[in-house]
Each structure stands twice: as structure tokens, then as C-alpha cells.
Design a protein around this ligand. Structure first.
Ligand code: IVH
Length: 673
């Protein structure tokens, strides 16, 4: 009876381990979670009755051991080597020439190309097929015994071969791989930590290393660690393959996770070509890779080439440009944008990332600095990837000396000194002073832009000139400029001055909705400006409406209402309005301009891409004249997306929401045109 139960127990262990492997290594389970749980529960029941039967290869024993108080040292059975770096194809070719000089058999060598995973190098020991010990790399000679932690990694087989049809391993087998946390899982982990209000991790590499080099296996078990193996470090009592390509196949057959992007090539040039495709393709990998490794396939030949220090001559790491580096945070500066948003940025000890020297990096917003506890003087991790502006990931708290200073966000705008403000529901802080010099250039740029007052002949250079000369201190000053004042500026002759004055004169006739949009009130774009104009008729009326009164406009919520009231209550802004009125820039919306009724009444449109028969403003006016509404972003409420050439992401969004997509001719048909 007991015999029968014991053999059932052995069978269950094999089965559960096998299904673990199907799930965690092959990513291809063959039974449902429910069936898996059933097997596991049966196994647990037997173990509860017969605790003396339990062995180390039982799947229940992954996070069994109690926390240790320190790691034991382990001497590796053979040195755990490093790799020399190559930066680019020529470096790789130079490497080949060097080794050919040492041994001309390399001329005919094949090459295996593998990803160089940015994780933690680990060494796994198997005796008689059982996982008995695992270590960190340490100094390459002696590592730390992290067996209990490694046992919690589901993709590490506790017994090999995992599949009974697999090859029989040598009596003693020591292999090497790279433990890591996949990018998606890392992001998910950080998302959960953030939700729980806990501190998030810096990057997958540090998190993987930290999780394995701490003493509690339960904590390791809770981290989404996995690994890929690539080397047999040592073996006794059995034969192993002698080429790298066959080693990868062999390890895979034993049940280890092995990369699926490795390739073998007959010459270095083909290997380089493949390697270079990963320069751009690295983001397609589910883990962080810091390069690609090119290895001479023939391991006997590779070993005979010897080493330079700890670097074997038989392989080379083809490094990707770095994306993350650490440097000193010397100070935190604050920039003021057009809308008055204050954005903190890091002033860094200059550092090179991927061929570019970085001295500044964004810190996103003040909440970010507080959440990450970033202090002035900290060593910080910086990331620069692709087209994205460099940003600070977070502080290296271990590097602190105690002299770092906690940062306090400014209570006053660094450019004009006016108290900064915060709007409910937003993280940003704003300077709402329209005459703030930091905002002035961008404010005026926006004021004169095509979608706003549409004043031609006022490029950024001239705007800067006007501000620097003191002629323009706010947007209203534009309308009182005199010809002789302009002639006093560099580059202004009669004609240019006259042209500018003419277009300013013309702008006085712009419609109210354009003027409202031009003021740059936070949250008020072209669409909202149109609604405000049609509802209230002129600026003095708009300025008198309360927060509640404003909310009678559909789609105008309490936050924007507050921001509008706030804008009009600023003395500096009131002064601007007074000056505009005095200068004759005071459009009023007449009754007949109020909301049009037409074939498009009740329909909401979003326009994307370049159109043939309309300008951007033109199509908006066309839709509005026919009673329709135009908004900037696609939502479920959008009736139609009008699609032009080279559309952006709006088209994808419309498609995913099932919003009807039409072209400009179909739009004309809708209006009966
Ligand atoms: S081969 C002789 N292959 O990169 C074997 N290393 O300095 C030498 N690494 O920290 C290493 N992926 O842990 C090799 N496919 C791969 C690798 C790899 C990541 C790591 C390794 C070490 C560093 C090389």
C-alpha cells in the first residue's frame, strides 16, 4: 500500500515539475491551471502525511528554507569568465584578425550569436540530475551560495532532464546563465508597488540582483525572476557537446530555458549583419539586453585561444550604446512653459550616454521628486533612449553620504516671483501671471499663431527682439507699436515695419473665439474658446461668469471653470484686457454668429492628417457652419473621424473604439454638398 503511494508520489513530483517547465520555460502549458492545482494539492496531501518522503526536487520545496543570516562562499569548479567588448563592426573585425594571428584555424570558424542579457550571472550545480547548489558570480573564483533563492525561480529545473525523453546529463554538471526580470513583468511589479503606495524599483537589472542577493527566499519568490542559460562551466561523469550551438540545443533538451534568437553563421560578416539588426531590434526583446555576444562555435578551439585577463579570446561582446548611466545631481532647476507649467529639471555632472553628453534631464514634476525621494547631491540614474528627452529614473540611495539635501519646490515663480498655483486633479504647479517674462515669449508666440490671432510676420526672432527691447511687455503692447519704434530695431526697414503694422491692424478684426483661444488660458483650446464666445458674447461678459455659471457649457468641468475664473481674476491679466480694449482689440460675437444649426447639428468630429480641399482652420469652420462640433481627441462620443493623408495615432484610436472614419468627400456628402 505504502509502496503504491510512494510511487504515486514520485509520479506526481515528475508531473508537476514537467507542467511547471511547460508553463515557465516553454510558455506552452498543456493542462489548465485547475488541473495543475489538483496535481499539486494531491502531492501536498501526500507530503503532509509522509513528511519523511519529501525530497529537494519536490516542486513544493521551492521557497522552503528559512531566511539565513548570511550567504556562504562557494568556490566555482572553473573560473567564471567575463567578456571583452567591441563597439561596432570594425572592432569585431579587429578581434577576429587578432585571434586568426594566434591560430589560423579561426579563419574557417563558425560563429554563434546570442543576446547579452543585462541581469545577474548565476552558476547552477546539478548532481545526478538534481539541482543541489546555485551561486552568484562573485569575483569569478568565489561566489555566494544563493541556492535557496534560486530554487524559487520556476524556470530553473529542480531535476533534469525535465522531460523523461531528454538526454541523460553527466553525474555532475555545472552551468551558467543570466537571471533577470522581463521588462513587462518589471513594469507590472512597479505598477503594483505604486498602487500600494510603496517605493518603486529603478530598473529590472538592479531589482533582479537585489532580489537574489538578499536573504529571504520568500521575497525572491515574490519577484518575477527568470533566466536563460548559455554555458556549461564544468562537467564530470558524462559527455557534453563540444560546440556552442550544440551546447545550447543540449541545455534546451535537458529542460533549461535557452534564448530563441541565437543563430549560427559560417563567417563573421554574416554574424555582424545579424548582430546589427539587434541595434534597432533591442526593444523587441522581452528583457533588457546590453549587447550581443559573438562566440566562436568550436569550443575546443575557443578554449585553446586562451584569455586576456578574465576575458576569453574566443568570444566578444558587441555592445549596444548605453541607455542608462549614473551621475551626480548638482542642482534642480525649474523651467516655466507657455501655459505657466513649472517643470523641474536636473542639473547634472555632465555624462555621456550613447555618444551624447547629457547635462540636463527632466524630473517630470514635483510629485515625482518627492515620490522617488530625489535629493540634491544624490547620485542618480539617468536614461536616454531613442528620441525621448533624457530623464532621471531615481536616486542610488546606497551611494548617499548623508550630505544630500531634500528638495523643496518653489512657492514663487522663479521668473517673475508671483506665487505659484495648483489646480485640483493635476500634478503640475503653474505660474498664472500672463506677464511673466519666462512665459512671455511663448505666450506671444501662441497669441500670434495661426490657430489663434493669425498674425503674419511675427516669427519667434522678432518676438524676442520686441521683448528684449522692452517695447512689448504683454500681448496688448503689440497693438500700440509705432513705426519709428520698429525702425529702431535691427533688421527692420520701412517695408518690413509697415507689413507688420498692417497685419497687426488686420488682427484687430479677428473673431472673439480666436482672441479667447489666443489668451492661453489653461484648459481653453480652440473648441472651448468657441463655446465661451458663443455663450457669453464678449470678454467682459466671460470675465464676470462664476465657476458654476461656466459649467453650463457642455464639457466644461469644474477644473477648467476654476482655471478660467482664476485667469480673469489676476490683476496682470485684467490690465492686459483693458489695454486690448483701449487698442481696439475687442471683438464681440453677434447674435447671428451664435451657434449654427445645420445638417451636422449634434455630431462631433475629429480631424486628422493632411486634407486636400481644406486647411485645418478651414475644415473646422466648415463643420461648425453646418452645426457640427470639432474636438481634438477621439473618444466614444466622437461621431466621425475625418481622415486625411499621413494620419497620426488618432486613426488607430478611432478604429479601436469603432468610431466611423470618413474622408473629406464623404464629409461634404453629409452636408448635402
Ligand atoms: S558568455 C566564456 N553569453 O555578460 C563565457 N555572457 O562579461 C563568458 N552575459 O556578466 C560569458 N548574456 O553574465 C555570455 N549569452 C551570454 C551572456 C553573457 C549575458 C553576461 C555575463 C557576464 C557578462 C560578460
Amino acid at each position: 500500500m505504502a509502496d503504491k503511494l510512494l510511487s504515486r508520489y514520485e509520479e506526481l513530483k515528475t508531473q508537476v515539475n514537467f507542467h511547471n517547465y511547460r508553463y515557465h520555460v516553454l510558455d506552452a502549458p498543456v493542462i489548465s491551471d485547475l488541473e495543475y492545482d489538483r496535481l499539486l494539492n494531491e502531492l501536498k496531501r501526500i507530503e503532509a502525511e509522509h513528511p519523511d518522503w519529501v525530497t529537494g526536487d519536490s516542486p513544493t520545496q521551492r521557497a522552503g528554507a528559512r531566511p539565513a543570516d548570511r550567504f556562504e562562499k562557494i568556490r566555482h569548479p572553473a573560473p567564471i569568465l567575463s567578456l571583452a567588448n567591441a563597439f561596432g563592426a570594425d572592432d569585431a573585425r579587429a578581434w577576429l584578425e587578432r585571434v586568426i594571428k594566434i591560430d589560423d584555424r579561426v579563419e574557417k570558424a563558425k560563429f554563434v550569436v546570442e543576446p547579452k542579457i543585462d541581469g545577474l550571472s548565476v552558476v547552477l550545480h546539478y548532481r545526478d540530475g538534481l539541482f543541489v547548489q546555485g551561486a552568484t558570480r562573485g569575483d569569478g573564483e568565489i561566489g555566494e551560495d544563493i541556492t535557496s533563492n534560486l530554487r524559487t525561480i520556476r524556470s530553473i529545473p529542480l531535476r533534469i532532464p525535465v522531460d523523461s525523453k531528454g538526454p541523460r546529463p553527466p553525474k555532475y554538471l555545472v552551468i551558467r546563465g543570466e537571471a533577470f526580470i522581463p521588462i513587462r513583468e518589471f513594469e507590472e511589479l512597479n505598477r503594483k508597488l505604486e498602487e500600494a503606495g510603496e517605493k518603486t524599483y529603478l530598473n529590472p537589472r538592479n531589482t533582479a540582483a537585489g532580489s537574489l542577493r538578499q536573504l529571504d527566499p520568500q521575497l525572491t519568490a515574490s519577484r518575477p525572476l527568470t533566466l536563460l542559460v548559455y554555458q556549461i562551466v564544468y562537467s564530470e561523469g558524462g559527455r557534453i557537446p563540444t560546440s556552442q550551438w550544440e551546447i545550447l540545443e543540449y541545455l534546451k533538451a535537458l529542460g533549461f530555458p535557452v534564448t530563441d534568437i541565437a543563430r549560427r553563421f559560417n563567417d563573421l560578416e554574416s554574424a555582424i549583419t545579424y548582430t546589427e539588426t539587434w541595434n534597432e531590434g533591442r526593444d523587441k526583446l522581452p528583457y533588457e539586453a546590453d549587447g550581443i555576444v559573438i562566440k566562436i562555435d568550436d569550443l575546443t578551439l575557443a578554449a585553446e585561444l586562451g584569455f586576456v585577463g578574465k576575458d576569453p579570446r574566443g568570444a566578444i561582446a558587441f555592445k549596444f550604446p548605453a541607455r542608462e548611466v549614473t551621475t551626480q545631481l548638482n542642482d534642480i532647476g525649474v523651467a516655466v512653459g507657455r501655459t505657466g507649467v513649472l517643470t523641474p529639471y536636473a542639473m547634472l555632472e555632465p555624462v555621456e550616454i550613447g555618444g551624447v553628453v547629457v547635462e540636463r534631464a527632466t524630473l517630470h514634476n514635483f510629485d515625482f521628486i518627492a515620490e522617488k525621494d530625489i535629493r540634491v547631491g544624490d547620485r542618480v540614474l539617468i536614461k536616454r533612449a531613442g528620441e525621448v528627452i533624457p530623464y532621471v529614473i531615481g536616486p542610488i540611495t546606497d551611494a548617499r553620504s548623508g550630505r544630500e539635501k531634500t528638495y523643496k519646490p518653489p512657492s514663487k515663480c522663479p521668473a517673475c516671483g508671483q506665487a505659484v498655483e495648483h489646480f485640483e486633479g493635476e500634478v503640475a504647479w503653474y505660474c498664472v501671471n500672463a506677464a511673466c517674462p519666462a512665459q512671455l515669449v511663448r505666450n506671444i508666440e501662441h497669441f500670434v499663431s495661426r490657430g489663434a490671432m493669425d498674425i503674419t510676420g511675427l516669427g519667434i526672432k522678432i518676438v524676442e527682439q520686441l521683448i528684449e527691447s522692452g517695447l512689448v511687455k504683454d500681448v496688448a503692447d503689440l497693438f500700440t507699436l509705432k513705426k519709428d519704434q520698429l525702425l529702431g530695431l535691427e533688421g527692420f526697414a520701412e517695408k518690413k515695419a509697415e507689413n507688420l503694422l498692417n497685419s497687426l491692424e488686420q488682427a484687430k478684426g479677428q473673431s472673439l473665439n480666436r482672441l479667447v483661444a489666443a489668451l492661453g488660458i489653461h484648459g481653453v483650446g480652440e473648441v472651448m474658446a468657441g463655446d465661451l464666445s458663443r455663450t457669453f458674447g464678449d470678454l467682459s461678459a466671460i470675465s464676470k461668469v462664476s465657476v458654476d455659471g461656466l459649467q453650463q457649457i457642455a464639457g466644461l468641468g469644474p477644473n477648467i471653470a476654476e482655471s478660467i475664473v482664476d485667469w480673469f481674476s489676476q490683476p496682470a491679466n485684467q490690465k492686459v484686457l483693458k489695454k486690448l480694449k483701449a487698442a481696439g482689440v475687442w471683438p464681440v460675437m453677434k447674435k447671428d454668429e451664435k451657434k449654427k444649426e445645420g445638417t451636422l447639428t449634434g455630431l462631433t468630429f475629429v480631424v486628422t492628417g493632411t486634407l486636400e480641399g481644406f486647411t485645418r482652420d478651414g475644415i473646422k469652420e466648415y463643420i461648425e457652419e453646418n452645426g457640427g462640433k470639432v474636438t481634438d481627441s477621439v473618444s466614444k462620443k466622437t461621431s466621425y473621424l475625418v481622415l486625411g493623408e499621413n494620419p497620426g495615432s488618432k486613426a488607430d484610436k478611432a478604429q479601436s473604439l469603432g468610431v466611423k472614419i470618413i474622408n473629406e468627400n464623404e464629409l461634404r456628402k453629409l452636408t448635402g454638398g
